[in-house]
Design a binder for this molecule. Sequence first.
Ligand code: WTA
Length: 642
Amino acid sequence: MTDAVYPALPGPAGSIDAAEYERQYRASIEDPDGYWRGEAKRLDWMTPFETVKDVSFAADDFRIRWFDGGAMNVSANCLDRHLAERGDSIAIIWEGDEPGDGARITYRQLHEQVCCLANVLKARGVAKGDRVTLYLPMVPEAAAAMLACTRIGAIHSIVFGGFSPDSLAGRIEDCGSKLVITADEGCRGGKRVPLKANVDAALEKCGGVETVLVLKRTGADVPMTEGRDLWLDAEMANASPECAPEPMAAEDPLFILYTSGSTGKPKGVLHTTAGYLLWVTKTFRDVFDYREGEIFWCTADIGWVTGHSYVVYGPLANGATTVMFDGVPNHPDHGRLWETVDRLGVNILYTAPTAIRSLMREGDAHVTKYNRRSLRLLGTVGEPINPEAWEWYYRVVGDRRCPVVDTWWQTETGGILIAPLPHATDLKPGSATKPLPGVCCEIVDAEGQPLDGATEGNLCLTDSWPGQMRTVWGDHERFIQTYFTTYPGKYFTGDGCRRDGDGYYWITGRVDDVINVSGHRMGTAEVESALVAHAKVAEAAVVGMPHEVKGQGIYAYVTLNAGEEPSDDLTAELRQWVRREIGPIASPDAVQFAPGLPKTRSGKIMRRILRKIAEGDVSNLGDTSTLADPGVVEQLVAGRVG
Ligand code: WTA
């Protein structure tokens, strides 16, 4: 079967066409210094940089440095430089949980909020280099808090509001935050989320936090700890609206964002100032072909990297109008996104395949009820999109008028790396198409041998790009170990990938022990350690399984302690337990009680077999002869759930 192809539609004046893409791609490879020197003009520098790029991925001589010698401030690039020309343009359209509950904030207003909040942080002793944890709903104050940190050079660490007190405590402790910004409660899909109560619970488990700033979101009565907790609005009302932006060196830390890996606890991915900002500024402009005055809506939460890069930094650095959505696509009904698109006049929509699949199931009528005439471009991110969902997005949502940009990237990459340019690249449903300028992709086999032409293997990046993460917070060795030792001298993405005869890339999903549930990364090891923390559980192994809406679901094999009996109640209890330990996104979709797990004689669990059983593909379990007890496989197959 040949793949469907949708030829690129010609764009308005100034959009990048196929020849311009080729020219830029070539320039970025042949003369990276010259290319990036030109691109760096997109930003305002306080001090010009001296060197463009100083990179080596070799373990014994490792460094990733961009724009050394230069200085800038991220909040000044996102706010101050727009004030003269578009101070009264809308920076953020806030769309609350209930349709029509919202607000509009101009660049000038946001600038003032950010300066006040930066002064509040300073007054509480936060200085350049200090860490600040944000645990907030999707409200404009969250963007203001991010920018206030960058204004004074503090490093923010945002924790998704759906994470449990334990997860929050671990992240606060790991980066040593001295201040937390939260809200009384969040609202999502008509339900309340006890954010402040979660912070209180987290702070019982970790020390070091001196101040908690609390935003009033719902007005709920929450306990305030004397001397530690302060109402944010009262503090901001008393703060000066003037705060000069701190000059930050190009490689100074900008933010930490925790993400799941295949081993151990989540890693604090560190991004730095100039390279990150340049990458999101350029990719936002080019991949979405953003035009002055347009309304851009990325539905991601700021607790994930997509929210950092394409709700806040990319749009604001370009002077765009960005929508912050504090709700969910199925509340109050399945037409919410399209009703909101019409009401706000959204031009560009960027969302996740899981949302598309879940809405597709509900039928076209929820979509066609609205006219969606304002839409010009559609984007997806977070997981592979199946061609059926792509076609539905293109045909039903976009009325065959709007290019669909399927964008592949990772928390680690800072911004989009593989994606079509909407008026340059012919589209193939299910393919993220081609690498952007500056991105050097290589597909390697299991031994690390590069594979040419049409092929399939593991996706590596052989050279740096400005938006690349620089280290794992507090553990540089782990950074090198995790990403640069599997295939020495190359950054290994953890993704499998196929390249077709036209040089198009098709991401096939994670090849490590990371599961992608509804576009959210979960480490199997994290879920396992939550399960074994339960008093009745002796051992657990967690794998991904195909899931119609979520992309992947979580399948847990659980061995109980002697004397404990499997039951439906216990299944429910374990699912609830994981929700409490990590958060709702980690709750297993299937729990299979297993008398034993398939282990090699040296005690290593053979996950390959567990994955096959979870997938329901039991006819071909491969070689089981190295198992200590091959008999367990039959038992597992017989006890499969689902
Ligand atoms: C997956 C989200 C296929 C991939 C920005 C990657 C994708 C992981 C796509 C990163 C896509 C992201 N097509 N797979 N367009 N986008 N992924 O760190 O497996 O939350 O490694 O970053 O999501 O997830 P993360």
